[in-house]
Design a protein around this ligand. Structure first.
Ligand SMILES: [Zn+2]
Ligand SMILES: [Zn+2]
Length: 230
């Protein structure tokens, strides 16, 4: 069991990190859902480890439409009856009315070949999110670049931010999004800067470990400045 702070869990062993937030009324918000096999893992975590009911999951929020974050959503929605929310600009990728933008150059070609192996069941968003929308205790911040509709979710009370793939914290290193999967790196770095202007002590990214530090936002700002000037 991984409870990062009271009321914020990270489900162990999911492809891309998946988090559960316990709201004041006991209902649950799930952030990202991993791959298909992770759907069951997440449901097990909620029901067994957290001793909650599947129906306590009221909301599934997807930080962006990449397969490693959304593929489990179909099964979890079916099992819980939760609503699925994603940013307006990624909703058509989730429903597959549009194809996810592919990075230019070599990786783009690779992406086209491996793409069919990363398909998922199309899912219609119940809620299309926009800047400053509230999902329970969380505020939506539009942080595009990695995908057009990438979002971060901010909790002012907990001084905590979920950043999806826009920032990664791995092996003690703060990094921007992976270049090979980020069609608009310039916009993504603007989003990194936008995130760094929020006041937070915990940063939770889609891959890697939690960054917990009283000056976490300062660390991100410093890292970003050193990236710019190097
Ligand atoms: Zn991604
Ligand atoms: Zn990812």
């Amino acid at each position: 069991m991984t409870e990062i702070i009271t009321g914020v869990h990270q489900v162990d062993g999911v492809t891309a990190n998946s988090f559960v937030v316990v709201e004041g009324d006991g209902s649950l918000i799930l952030i990202d859902t991993g791959m298909s096999k992770d759907g069951k893992k997440i449901l097990d975590y909620v029901q067994t480890t957290m001793s909650k009911k599947a129906s306590d999951v009221k909301m599934i929020v997807l930080t962006h439409s990449h397969v490693d974050h959304v593929r489990g959503a179909f099964e979890i929605k079916r099992a819980t009856g939760a609503k699925v929310a994603i940013h307006d600009e990624d909703a058509d990728y989730l429903s597959q009315r549009k194809k996810v933008p592919v990075p230019k150059g070599g990786m783009g070609a690779v992406f086209k070949i491996i793409g069919p192996f990363f398909t998922f069941t199309p899912l219609e968003a119940d809620q299309r999110l926009h800047e400053n929308d509230k999902i329970g205790s969380l505020m939506v911040i539009h942080t595009p670049g990695h995908t057009p509709g990438s979002i971060s979710l901010y909790s002012q009370d907990k001084k905590l931010i979920f950043v999806g793939d826009t920032i990664r914290y791995q092996k003690g290193e703060i990094e921007g999004p992976p270049k090979q999967f980020t069609p608009d790196m310039e916009q993504a770095m603007k989003s990194v800067q936008k995130i760094s202007n929020f006041d937070f002590e915990i940063l939770l990214s889609g891959h890697g470990e939690p960054l917990k530090s009283p000056d976490a936002s300062k660390k991100v700002r410093q890292q970003f400045i050193s990236v710019r000037s190097s």
